[in-house]
Design a binder for this molecule. Structure first.
Ligand SMILES: Nc1ncnc2c1ncn2[C@@H]1O[C@H](COP(=O)(O)OP(=O)(O)OP(=O)(O)O)[C@@H](O)[C@H]1O
Ligand SMILES: [Mg+2]
Length: 434
């Protein structure tokens, strides 16, 4: 069949329509090429992710500890990319700073505490600062060239020295939390290789984040379990001391005091003095037993309110001594648990010492918060003073000093023969940001 005239006119483009048609075909071909490249990239990324997931699974089985897992994971990363260096940087528990946790350099693995770690030439401080302050909450991989203006100069010097061309940084992100970063430094790579590297480091970062998170959760659980066991044991000890020893001493004390009352003036002097000595001993041991219970009980039971704590302390001491105890308290600040615990420990020891050793007529506990900042505690007695040769004979004095040191407070003990003793604690809150 011959082609009709009309059809032959349709097939042969006119001079005006030919270029338009040609460019449409070229655009179509380009779109096709782009789509094919895009599909290849997607396939490649999926393949990489698949491989990374597989590798992660294999490593979880063979490297049960998290450091071993990361060491192997990052070694693979360096191998695959022919990288110069690779570091894993982790944020600390309260997310207030980040530090290098492990590194591969010159085909060697470095971890903290192991040989060579301290001499590592990776610019640790500069890179920590860069990662930590770069942009809060960033979740995307960042690719730097070796001379990138955003990089600190110490890092640029390292790049030149180690012939690093590209620094790829992938955050280890879980939900809204950044746990750390993987930093990969590689030599001369093409644009295509760079895209592949990004896909690889991201796939590894994703798997590594999950494993890291799992391990941190397991660590927390272990810590919590251990803490619970210790608390339970301390509680059990406190209960035993309270129920057996303290109750026992209390009962003995009551019996002895009853005997003193019954016997009265009729008691032969030697019996009366033995009874008085026995009463004193029972009192002393009752105080000690109660103090041990207080020290063993979990700190939460004290509460953070120092006013209540000091009043309760005096009430308990009144049960075991005839010396009047006066408590004078200003409005006091609320302390952090750690600070409150040390202050209460010091008050308790100073009061016990005064009741036990001073032969005082009066004990005064005074606490104030001068200028609404800081805190001053005084436990004073009007007894016989601390004998010079007795000062280092027990644990109490040392333990008070250690407690004061722990919270950065100053402890002063003023004493004179027959003029009494005053234990003064002065504490100032640390400056904000210090
Ligand atoms: N307020 C005080 N008045 C008189 N002497 C005191 C006073 N405080 C302490 N001392 C003397 O200082 C010594 C040392 O006190 P420290 O608290 O270190 O030990 P301790 O009370 O004997 O024993 P513990 O280890 O149970 O506290 C006491 O044995 C006592 O002789
Ligand atoms: Mg003491």
């Amino acid at each position: 069949m011959h082609p009709s005239k009309t059809s032959s006119i349709e097939e042969a483009p006119t001079a005006a329509t030919a270029p338009a048609e040609g460019s449409r075909i070229a655009a179509l071909e380009q779109a096709l090429r782009d789509e094919t490249a895009e599909r290849r990239r997607a396939e490649c990324t999926a393949h990489i992710q698949d491989q990374a997931a597989q590798l992660a699974l294999d490593l979880i089985v063979t490297e049960p500890d998290i450091a071993g897992f990361f060491a192997e994971f990052t070694r693979k990363l360096v191998e695959e990319t022919e990288g110069q260096a690779c570091g894993v940087w982790l944020l600390d528990d309260d997310r207030s700073q980040c530090d290098l946790w492990l590194a591969h350099l010159h085909k060697r693995l470095y971890t903290p505490g192991q040989e060579g770690w301290d001499d590592l030439t990776i610019p640790r401080a500069a890179m920590s600062e860069q990662l930590f302050t770069y942009r809060p909450g960033w979740t995307q991989t960042v690719v730097y060239t070796s001379e990138d203006a955003r990089l600190p100069s110490a890092v640029k010097r390292f790049n030149t020295r180690e012939r690093v061309d590209t620094v790829t940084v992938a955050p280890l992100v879980l939900g809204a939390n950044t746990l750390g970063w993987i930093v990969l430094s590689t030599g001369g790579v093409s644009g295509c290789e760079r895209a592949w590297q990004v896909a690889l480091i991201e796939a590894i970062a994703r798997q590594a984040t999950l494993v890291l998170h799992q391990s941190q959760m397991a660590d927390q659980r272990r810590l919590e379990d251990r803490r619970k066991v210790v608390l339970e044991e301390r509680n059990r000890l406190a209960r035993d001391i309270h129920d057996i020893l303290a109750q026992g001493f209390g009962a003995i004390l009551m019996q002895l005091q009853a005997a003193q009352r019954e016997g009265g003036a009729a008691l032969p002097p030697r019996v009366a003095s033995s009874l008085a000595a026995a009463v004193n001993l029972a009192r002393t041991h009752l105080i000690d037993a109660r103090r041990s219970v207080g020290a063993l009980r979990p700190p939460a039971e004290h509460g953070r309110d120092i006013t209540t704590g000091l009043r309760r302390l005096a009430e308990t001491a009144r049960l075991t001594t005839d010396v009047p105890i006066e408590v004078i308290l200003d409005d006091l600040p609320i302390f952090e648990m750690g600070v409150e615990r040390e202050i209460m420990g010091i008050a308790q020891e100073a009061l016990t010492n005064a009741a036990r050793h001073a032969r005082a007529r009066r004990i005064i506990i005074q606490a104030s918060a001068p200028r609404a900042v800081g805190f001053r505690l005084s436990v004073a007695d009007d007894g016989r003073g601390i004998a010079h040769d007795r000062r280092d004979t027990g644990f109490g004095m040392t333990s008070m000093q250690e407690r004061a040191d722990r919270i950065g407070a100053s402890l002063t003990i003023v004493t004179a023969p027959r003029a009494g003793t005053e234990v003064v604690l002065a504490w100032e809150p640390p400056l904000a940001g210090a």
